[in-house]
Structures are given as C-alpha cells and as structure tokens.
Design a protein around this ligand. Structure first.
Ligand code: SF4
Length: 290
C-alpha cells in the first residue's frame, strides 16, 4: 500500500451530477481507499475516475489529507453562504469517493477531526456513508453531532449473501454490519441500510424483516444499471461483479430486479430508490394483509 500524507487546499467540494440532488457538498478525508481490494472495491465507481487515481491501482494507494479538519473550519462559512445563495441547505455527504473509516483512520483520525470540526461549525445536514464498522469508535461524536444538525448514517449492505462466488471478501462481515445498524439505531441515530449496488438476495422477505428489526429508518436500493454513473451500467459491466451476480441469480443483472426487491422491501420498511433514496426521500411502508 502506497500511503502519502498530503496537505489539501480545499475539503468541501460543491456537488455535481447525481450527487447535486442529494447534498450541496461532498467531503473526502482521503483520496483512494484501503478497502479497494475487498468486494466493494471490485466495482467501486471511483476506481474509474482517472482524475482521482492518476494511473494508480485502485486499493493500492491512499493519500491522507492530514489538514482536512483545519481546512473545513477555514472554509465552512464561505461554503455555507454559497449554499444559501442557491436556496439550498448546507448539506455534506461524507464520503463520496473514499471510506471515512478505512483501516488508516485508526492511525490518522482525519474523519474524527472532521466530525469535531463539524461539531464546532455545524452544517445543516450531514450524511455519513460507510461500508465498514469503524464508525463505532466515533459513536459518541456522531451522537453529539446529531444534536447539532440533521444527521443520518447510511451503512452499505448490498444483499444477504456473505460472499459472492469469485469475489474477494467484503470489507466487514454481513452480520457485523447488521449489528452495527442495531447499535446506531439504539443510540438514537437515524440509520439507513444501503443496498448499493444491489446484489442478488436469496430470501428477500427474511432479509428485509431482519433489517426492519434493527430499528433503521429506511433502506435505499440502487442497481448498478442507472447507479454507477452510466445509464446502462457500462462501468460495472467491465468488472467481475456481473458474473458473480449471475452465478447466484441471473435476474439480478436487470434493473427490473431493483423494482421487484423494492416492492418486497416496502412491506417492511420505508424504501428509497437510487438517487432519491440517497437524498433521504423514501416511500412509506405498504401494509399487506396476512
Ligand atoms: S469502501 Fe467505498 S470507496 Fe472504498 S472501495 Fe469500497 S465502495 Fe469504494
């Protein structure tokens, strides 16, 4: 792993593309991801961003933005005013192109520094997106920040299969991530399970019922088609993920699978589909007569 400590000039990035419908800014404490060689890294859409990778192998490098908390504090008010001028809330997605609680966070604590900085100068809203369970180390900080602004934690849980055939292991075990949903919810934090990208699910009713019992507020369901930054899933189709999905359930390769799963999920939990779900817009539970 090639690790560099870098001084960033900015940390609050004004959003473009689909993220613009979700929040006003994204914030990435690292460039690259130490979990890039795990299952989620196989089709991670960031690996296709040459501006970020600069020719480096995804999962083989991390640039640590060691001054990120200071830069946040220096620029938060300017960016808050920028959002206000557009009649938008100052809303931050942490993180859109890296994992905030990747292994190096235990050493560098850049994400922790950003939580502290946001506590000092709170935005209107924070969305914390994670694929792993290191957020437990910062539970007290996340709780404290949730008392200062709207906050939700989105935990990526793509499906109910621990490991798809031919794929590397996930960044954290499925059971551990489901336990994390429970712990966050019990701590009073709005918590969402993100099935993104949606993997094949072997027992949808049992899975969504299990998720609903953790206390989460919603699930987000996003298929790689329409969800990987291309209209037809072209980026993901170049990776090993589609073959692994096909081996479990060929239907899961089609975007209609997303809608089938969303219809089942709605019997248990509020459901947000694709970008609307990431933005926190959910359809209500539909009660089906027994
Ligand atoms: S943890 Fe997130 S940023 Fe890192 S490889 Fe997985 S999907 Fe990509």
């Amino acid at each position: 792993m090639n690790i560099s400590e870098t001084a960033c000039r900015s940390i609050l990035t004004r959003t473009t593309g689909y993220l613009k419908t979700v929040c006003s800014h994204s914030m990435n404490p690292y460039t690259g991801c130490g979990l890039g060689r795990s299952a989620c890294g196989v089709a991670c859409y960031v690996r296709f961003n040459p501006w970020l990778t600069r020719g480096r192998e995804w999962g083989g490098f991390v640039d640590v933005k060691i001054n990120a908390p200071d830069v946040y504090l220096q620029t938060a008010e300017v960016e808050r005013r920028w959002a206000r001028r557009r009649a938008q809330p100052f809303s931050i997605f942490l993180a859109s192109s890296t994992e905030p609680w990747q292994p190096l966070e235990k050493k560098y604590r850049v994400t922790r520094g950003l939580l502290d900085a946001m506590h000092s100068a709170p935005p209107d809203e924070v969305i914390l997106q994670t694929h792993t369970t290191g957020i437990r180390d910062d539970l007290d900080r996340v709780q404290a920040l949730s008392r200062k602004c709207r906050l939700r934690v989105q935990v990526s849980i793509e499906g109910d299969v621990e490991r798809l055939p031919g794929m590397p292991p996930p960044p954290a075990a499925l059971d551990d991530r489901i336990q994390l949903l429970r712990e966050l919810s019990e701590a009073g934090i709005d918590t969402v399970a993100c099935l993104a990208p949606l993997y094949p699910i072997t027992d949808a009713h049992a899975f969504f019922e299990r998720l609903s019992k953790t206390g989460i507020v919603a699930v987000v369901i996003d298929h790689f088609i329409e969800g990987d930054g291309t209209a037809d899933g072209a980026r993901t189709l170049k990776t090993a993920l589609p073959a692994a999905m096909q081996a479990v359930n060929p239907d899961s390769l089609h975007v209609a699978y997303r809608d089938t799963l969303a219809a089942i999920a709605k019997q248990y939990l509020p459901v947000g589909v694709s970008a609307a779900g990431f933005a926190g817009r959910y359809d209500s539970v539909i009660h089906v007569a027994p």
